[in-house]
Design a protein around this ligand. Structure first.
Ligand code: AVJ
Length: 331
C-alpha cells in the first residue's frame, strides 16, 4: 500500500456472514417477509447494478452526474472544506468530479476518507484514487455508516484543519425507511463540527410512468439484480432458492412515496436455509420485499434534516429536475 493510504478496520472478520444470518432469520420469519437491500451487492450484484446505471430507463445516475459535472467546483468552493469524506465508496467516477474540484482549490493539503463495509470496495477505491491523486491523503475506514459514524477520523488525517465535506451520493439514502433516516441524520449531525458540511444525493418524486420503468426495465437487468439476492442467500446460507419460483415486482407506493421491489412466489415454495436451521414456506403469490427506494421533495428533506439539526446551505438539480444534490450545515 502506498505511504499516503491508511486503513482502519472497525468490523470483525466475519461481520457480513453473521449479519446475513441475522437479517435472513429475522426477515424471512416475519410478516411480510423482508430483506435489507444491502444484500444485493455481492460481486455479481455490483456488476448488475453497474449495468443498471447505463440503462435508458434508469435516470438517477446520469442526472446526478450531470449536476456534479456542472456544479462540483461551485459546491466544493461553497463549503471551504479540504477533506472529502465519502459514505459508501461506490461511485468513484462521481467522487472524482468532487476530488478534481477539491484538489484544484486553495487551502491546506487535500484529504479523502472513504467509509464502507466492504473491504474489497474500500481497498479498490482507495488504491485507485491514491494512484491518480498523488497529492491526496487517502484513508479507508471499514465500518457501517448506519451505526459506526463515530469511527470517522476527527478533523481529517494528520491534523488537517479545515472542515470535512461528508458526501452521501447515489440516492442510497432512499434505501432507509423514515425511522432509519432520522437516526442516521441525527448520528451524522452529532459528528459534525461547525466547519463541516453534508452533501446529500437524493432522487426526487416524479411520475410513476418514469419511476416504475426505472425499477422494471425492458431488458430485465433490474429483474436479474433482484433475483441475484436469492443467489446471495444460496451461497451465504446454503439455501436452495430457485429463480424460476419468483417473479420480479416493482411498484410505486404513492402514499409513502417510495418504490418497492419485491420477489413474488409464482407457486407454493418451500426453501431450506441450513446455515440458520430454517425452512421457509411461501404461499403462491406471497412476496418478499427486497428494497425500498424512497423519493424526496425539497420541503420533506428540509423538515427531516432540520429535525436532526441540519440547516439548508445549497440545492441543485439536473436540467430535468429529476434528482437533487443538497448541502447542509450544522444548525
Ligand atoms: C443504489 C440504492 C441508489 O435505489 O435506485 C437500482 C439501487 N435498485 N435499481 C436505487 C437500485 C434497483 C439504487 N441505489
Amino acid at each position: 500500500m502506498p505511504a499516503h493510504v491508511t486503513f482502519h478496520d472497525h468490523l470483525p472478520p466475519h461481520h457480513a456472514a453473521e449479519q446475513l444470518r441475522l437479517d435472513a432469520a429475522r426477515g424471512l420469519t416475519g410478516r411480510p417477509k423482508v430483506l435489507p437491500p444491502k444484500w444485493f451487492y455481492d460481486k455479481t450484484g455490483s456488476e448488475l447494478f453497474e449495468r443498471i446505471t447505463t440503462l435508458p430507463e434508469y435516470y438517477p445516475t446520469r442526472a446526478e452526474r450531470e449536476i456534479l459535472q456542472a456544479r462540483a467546483a461551485e459546491i466544493v468552493a461553497a463549503t471551504g472544506c479540504r477533506t472529502l469524506v465519502e459514505l459508501g465508496s461506490g461511485s468513484s467516477e462521481k467522487t472524482r468530479l468532487l476530488l478534481d474540484a477539491l484538489v484544484a482549490g486553495a487551502g491546506g493539503a487535500p484529504g479523502y476518507v472513504a467509509l464502507d463495509v466492504s473491504e474489497d470496495a474500500l481497498r479498490g477505491a482507495c488504491h485507485a484514487l491514491a494512484g491518480d491523486y498523488p497529492e491526496l491523503a487517502v484513508t479507508g475506514v471499514r465500518a457501517d455508516f448506519e451505526n459506526q459514524l463515530h469511527t470517522l477520523p476527527d478533523a481529517g488525517p494528520e491534523g488537517r484543519g479545515a472542515g470535512r465535506l461528508v458526501v452521501f451520493l447515489g440516492g442510497t439514502i432512499g434505501n432507509l425507511d423514515p425511522g432509519q433516516r432520522a437516526r442516521f441524520f441525527r448520528d451524522l449531525r452529532g459528528r459534525l463540527g461547525p466547519g463541516d458540511r453534508f452533501l446529500l444525493g437524493a432522487d426526487l418524486v416524479k411520475s410513476p410512468d418514469v419511476l416504475v420503468p426505472a425499477y422494471d426495465d425492458a431488458a430485465g437487468v433490474t429483474a436479474a439484480f433482484n433475483h441475484n439476492v436469492l443467489d446471495v442467500l444460496n451461497n451465504g446460507l446454503g439455501a436452495d432458492f430457485r429463480h424460476e419460483d419468483f417473479e420480479h415486482v416493482a411498484l410505486w407506493d404513492a402514499e409513502r412515496e417510495w418504490i418497492e421491489m419485491r420477489l413474488r412466489a409464482v407457486r407454493d415454495v418451500l426453501v431450506g436455509l441450513p446455515a440458520i436451521d430454517l425452512v421457509v414456506a411461501f404461499d403462491a403469490g406471497e412476496e418478499l420485499r427486497t428494497e425500498i427506494s424512497a423519493k424526496f421533495r425539497r420541503a420533506g428533506l428540509e423538515r427531516e434534516l432540520g429535525e436532526a439539526g441540519l440547516a439548508p446551505a445549497g440545492w441543485w438539480t439536473d436540467g430535468g429536475d429529476r434528482f437533487s444534490l443538497s448541502l447542509w450545515s450544522p444548525a
